[in-house]
Design a protein around this ligand. Sequence first.
Ligand SMILES: NCc1[nH]cc(CCC(=O)O)c1CC(=O)O
Length: 332
Amino acid sequence: MTLRIGTRRSTLATTQSGHVAAALTEKLGVPTTLVEITTDGDRSQAAGTSLVGAPSTGVFVSALRDALLAGEVDVAVHSLKDLPTYPTEGITLAAIPPREDPRDVIVARDGLTLGELPPGSKVGTGSPRRVAQIEALGLGVELLGLRGNVDTRIGRVREGVLDAVVLARAGLARLGRLDDVTEVLDPLQVLPAPGQGALAVECRSDDTATLAALAVLDDPATRAAIHAERTVMAVLEGGCAAPIGALADLAEGDDGPELWLRAVVLTADGGLSVRRSAAAPLGADPAGWPAAGTALGEALAAEMLADGAAELLATPESTSHPSARSAEVHNA
Ligand SMILES: NCc1[nH]cc(CCC(=O)O)c1CC(=O)O
């Protein structure tokens, strides 16, 4: 059998899918083939149409899932942070491979870090989460909306249009572009998006052969972390565009493995935030880790709600940066 792997057409997407294909061939010895699927999101970008009111994250995901359900491909690979938190009928998240470094990075002119940028510097990002957290640092930089693929975004700095851009380190790592990074942001200051740096490998729920085969790619530690992070987002009812950051990590405690979780919720302008952390033992059996991750996420989210997180998220967007918000698009 040849496994047909559906992928978006961007360089980042085909690179990610290529990694999954190579891992499957290496671990199982099965031949694979990449099938490129054009999404509505890709089309609206290609056409240069306005992103105001643009389709949300979902469109980049749903075209791949449609191809999966139609039997055109056997496997779909997504950036996990682009997946909605609710499940989809007929589709199973078969594997979450080991995650890349999940942190955000700065690519700035002249090798500068965020703190070295003079006040008034132009910093590009389309993500409300990044806008809010950078605003909260009080650096006096100007946050501007940004769209396009990784090359285009870094190009804005090379062209001198922007002084810096904020990106996920994982995307640059997969594209071999880490040399462009001028600072890796400390999660104490900027927490990544839930699921950032991880891949999602999906197949049809009734395709038991593929489901079993894909299990070799799954990393229980990454899965536990992702469950914790995404549960925080789901409970707080933040979509992909909400200013919510979360990061979980496995640590070796005195009594075995533990999961550590940190999360932040901010107003759009970063003026107010709720930032909390929690930890829990995972137990010796990795089969129980995803449930432990979910429980930890639920506990932390409940604590954050008690501290007013929902009120922060409901703060009107008029205080935010319209350019940045309108450019929110998930176009890795
Ligand atoms: N928002 C789009 C997106 N989706 C996944 C990645 C990068 C790879 C990853 O986080 O797994 C990116 C680009 C970015 O945020 O810089």
